[in-house]
Design a binder for this molecule. Sequence first.
Ligand code: FES
Ligand SMILES: [Fe+2]
Length: 387
Amino acid sequence: MEHAQQLAFIDSVFMHLKAPETPDGVTYEIDAKRYTSPEQLTQERKQIFQDFPIAVGAVAQLENNGDYFLHDYTGVPIIVLKGKNGEIRAFINMCRHRGVRLLNEETGHIKRNIVCPYHAWSYDIAGCLKGILHDKGFDGVSEATHSLIELDCSIHFGLVFVVPNPELKGQFDWNVFLEEVYNVYKTFGLDTHVPYKPETRTIQGNWKLLIDSGLEAYHFKIAHSKTIGPYFMDNAGINHENKLHSSIIFPKKSITRTQDKPREDWQLREHANILINIFPNTIILVQPDHAMVMLNFPIDEKSTLAHSFMLIPQAPTTQKENEYWELNRSIFWEAIEEDNELVELQQATFSKYDDKPITIGSFEKLILQFENLIDEVLEEKLKLTDF
Ligand code: FES
Ligand SMILES: [Fe+2]
C-alpha cells in the first residue's frame, strides 16, 4: 500500500477515535430465512457462484507451464492450467466428445496433452482440440468448434479468479469490477507471496453467515475476549465507502503509539488488520507481514466449505521460519474458530426457528450492505455485465 494512502487511513483511524462516527441509531432487520432457504441457495449457486468472478486458488500453486489444479466448489468443474507461455487459463473439466471428466487428480502436471480416458480425444495445454481417434466419423468437429470450453480467468492480488459461467467470458471489465479493491489494496505486494498451509474446513453454517461474521468489530471484545480481543480497539471497524467489496480497518490499541513517531515512519499494517471482502465469497485479512485468504463455498444452505491459506512473502526454508508462520496460523485460527462456533450457534437456531428477523445495528451496516447486494443480484438488479 502506498505510504500516502496508509497515512490517510491512519488519520481516518485517529479521527474516528477522537470523534467516533455518531451511529445513525437506525436499527435494521433482515429475514433469517435467507440463511435456511434451499431455494435461495439454488439461486445463489447459479447467479452468484457462477455469474460472478470467484477466487479459486493462489497463482503460486501453478509453478511450471503445464501445472494445473482442479476446483469443483462453484458447482462447475474447473481446470486451472498454466499454458506454454505461462498464461493461466481456466476450462470446464469436460471432454467435448461425450462429456467425460478429463482430469481427476486435484493437482498435477500435463506434459503434452490432456487425453480423455474414454476415446482418447486430446487437448493441448491451451485447451485446443488436437486429436480425434478415427476422425472420419466426426464431420464438422474441429479445433475451432470442439476445443475445451474456456472460462474468463484473471490474476489479481496473488489469486486466480474465474467466472464459472462460460457465457460471461469477455462480457465485463475486470479492472472496473475490482476497482474498489485496488483502491485500498494497490501494493500490499501479495502478488508475489506464496500460499502456505492450504486447508479445508467444514462449518455448519450458511456461507453468508461466515462473510457477515467478518464485517464488524462489535463482537471483538466479547467473542474474542480470551484471544485477540484485548489487542484491538473496542468496536472500531473503520470502513471505506465501498459499494460492492467491503473493506474495513480494525485498529489495534498499539496504533496510538504511532502518534509519538514521525509521520514518515507510520505503518498501518503494524497497528491494524485490514479485512477485504471481495464480493461475493473471498475474504482477505491483511496482517503485518502476511495475509490470510478464506474462500467460502456453500455445501448446502446450512453448511459451508471454507478453503483457506496464508499468503506469505516466501516459502519457509528453516525450522525457525516454519515455527514463526505456524504460530501466526494458530493465532489466526484460534480467533476464527471462535467466530465459526458462533456462526454454528446462529445456524443451530435458524435451523429450528427462522420466523423472526434478526437485528442489525448501525455498527454492523456492512452486513446489511452485503446481504442487500446478494438480494440485488438475485433480483437481477446487479449483474456482472454492469462492470
Ligand atoms: S468422451 Fe472423451 S473421447 Fe469420448
Ligand atoms: Fe471475529
